[in-house]
Design a protein around this ligand. Structure first.
Ligand code: SF4
Length: 348
């Protein structure tokens, strides 16, 4: 194990918290776990703080792991010729080999399935996974930085995204992007669904998989109808000899199904489907009220949680077993997020 990787929290079996599974997240250590930033400070990110009681965490500071102390002079990505290097202008040190070694060790030592998601420090030349400043040099001496030329990925964060997001289909975000309500909600949907699936794998029974699929049908319908059908097909194709293969295929398809945030059209389709389970027991006025809510949701005047809560209240009122078990009605612990966002608005 990397010497700086927090050992207390990795490889732990995610226990249930208030009926919810506990996702296992990797988080950049300076996001509220240690004062390891270049200036000796930490960053208390409100969302990470809210998450902490509900998740298991593994943390690392790649710069400290690469041998830089705290405090330290800042490092930058500098395009030296056509090769980006991780450079500390104040000392003239090229940190690239040490950082590549840390990154490689992390990739080699992290088991597939160890984490359900990643939260990285935004725009850091080490941890950032997108939109990181890349400075230009004169091509002869990296000390001759001539300004910030372009944007790229941090050395560690870029490798995390390449391996765990692109190859393994896991959610990778930074605390800046998670200010956006849509991105935050999608991230939460993914990590809690993946944590639930982790429990299916641990139980290693077809019944657990069937229950998981049934519990998530409306959620999947609202995210990716094609994915939902393919997941159903994989479950139905099970025969007694191939549980491991079935779980493996299901997990791969599940990650693909969850990759994109739900479109409002698909989510309205799912909500209408849910409504069909209770509508005949409602008064015409109540039916009209719900359909108006869907219009408001379509027009981005109310968040998804409003029609979802109304469906949940009908599920309780009519004791509708099918709806009550749907994770769409309660995909992650209440109070973990709120509707305030970065002002970028909802893009679905
Ligand atoms: S951004 Fe990454 S490398 Fe920089 S202080 Fe935070 S954990 Fe360490």
């Amino acid at each position: 194990m990397l010497k700086g990787m927090s050992p207390e929290s990795v490889n732990q079996k995610p226990a249930s918290a208030g009926g919810f599974p506990r996702p296992v997240l990797f988080i950049s250590r300076c996001l509220g776990f240690d004062s390891c930033r270049y200036n000796g400070e930490t960053i208390r990110d409100p969302f990470v703080e809210k998450l902490k009681p509900f998740v298991e965490t593994g943390t690392l500071c790649p710069e400290v792991e690469a041998g830089l102390g705290v405090p330290r002079a800042p490092v930058r990505i500098v395009l030296h010729g056509d090769r980006p290097i991780l450079y500390q202008p104040a000392t003239g040190k090229d940190i690239t080999p040490d950082m590549l070694a840390v990154t490689e060790a992390f990739r080699n030592e992290t088991q597939a399935g160890e984490f359900d998601g990643f939260i990285l420090k935004s725009r850091s030349p080490s941890c950032g996974f997108k939109d990181v400043k890349v400075y230009k040099s004169d091509g002869k001496d990296p000390r001759n930085i001539s300004g910030s030329g372009s944007r790229g990925t941090g050395f560690f964060g870029g490798a995390i995204a390449e391996t765990f997001m692109e190859k393994f289909g896991l959610p990778v975000e930074d605390e800046g992007r998670l200010l956006n309500f849509t991105i935050r909600e999608h991230f939460l949907l993914r990590i809690f669904t993946l944590a639930r699936f982790r429990m299916v794998k641990e139980s290693n029974t077809i019944q657990a998989l069937i229950d998981f699929h049934t519990d998530n049908k409306l959620l999947f319908l609202g995210m990716n109808e094609g994915g939902m059908r393919e997941l159903g097909r994989i479950t139905a194709a099970y025969n007694k000899k191939n549980l491991a293969d079935t779980l493996d295929s299901y997990e791969k398809e599940l990650k693909k199904t969850l990759v994109k945030p739900p479109s409002y059209k698909a989510m309205i389709n799912s909500l209408q489907h849910a409504f069909g389970h209770v509508s005949r027991d409602l008064l015409p006025k109540e039916r009209g009220f719900f359909l108006n809510l869907l219009e408001e949701y379509r027009d981005e005047r109310i968040p998804l949680s409003v029609p979802v809560k109304l469906i949940a209240s009908y599920a309780v009122r009519f004791d509708n077993g099918y709806l009550l078990r749907q994770n769409l009605l309660s995909p992650y612990p209440p109070g973990i997020t709120d509707i305030t966002d970065s002002g970028k608005g909802r893009d679905y």
